[in-house]
Write a new protein. Structure first.
Lengths: 114, 112
């Protein structure tokens, strides 16, 4: 693909519902990141996948958050029992393996929990 | 606490002036990168400087890195209204599997 693709672009959900956010990384990129950005704030690291290594889940804020990456490509971020404080833009990025590589970002999913 | 922290948090300048933004970090790094974000959506990579480099240029951008002070600066020369955006520094730690860690960002406003 031409770039990192995220879907949906916007999602409005009711408090307590589960949501799934999808990320299609650039073909051949072995590293995939999820970040969260609240309005006017910086990027909060959530989870990092790198090839076949165990994912770095150290940024997930609670056990309501989980992510998987199937076949080393598409990733899904799942938020269970959504809360209003989960409202944010969720950004996905991918990069080639190794050090000194740049990350390519998708346009994000704006999640609003009402 | 953040690995990378930018300052100032916000900067407003006149078109044509230079904009200087700073980033400080806490631990040893492999590289430092600067990104730009328009309208709160995806970030775009601007420039990467490795830990063994001291200065790098790309068009109107100049990045410096001082590993002894654990700091970097991004200079945008002859700024344009279109440079208005948020700018983030990100650090890559040593290790092939290390992740990028971002600062909180700087909001740059360039007045026409």
């Amino acid at each position: 693909g031409a770039g990192v693709s995220q879907s949906p672009s916007n999602k409005v959900t009711e408090k307590g519902k589960d949501v799934e956010l999808r990320c299609d990384p650039i073909s051949g990129h072995t590293a995939l990141y999820w970040y969260r950005q609240s309005l006017g704030q910086g990027l909060e690291f959530l989870i990092y996948f790198q090839g076949n290594s165990a994912p770095d889940k150290s940024g997930l804020p609670s056990d309501r958050f989980s992510a998987e990456r199937t076949g080393g490509s598409v990733s899904t971020l799942t938020i269970q029992r959504t809360q209003q404080e989960d409202s944010a833009v969720y950004l996905c990025a991918s990069s080639l393996w190794g050090q000194n590589t740049e990350a390519f970002f998708g346009q994000g999913t704006r999640l609003t929990v009402v | 606490s953040q690995q990378g922290e930018e300052d100032p948090q916000a900067l407003s300048i006149q078109e044509g002036e230079n904009a200087t933004m700073n980033c400080s970090y806490k631990t040893s790094i492999n590289n430092l990168q600067w990104y730009r974000q328009n309208s709160g959506r995806g970030l775009v990579h601007l420039i990467l400087i490795r830990s063994n480099e001291r200065e790098k240029h790309s068009g109107r951008l100049r990045v410096t890195l001082d590993t002894s002070k654990k700091s970097s600066s991004l200079l945008i020369t002859a700024s344009r209204a279109a440079d208005t955006a948020s700018y983030f520094c990100a650090t890559g730690l040593p290790g092939a599997n290390s992740k990028l860690t971002f600062g909180k960002g700087i909001t740059l406003s360039v007045r026409p």
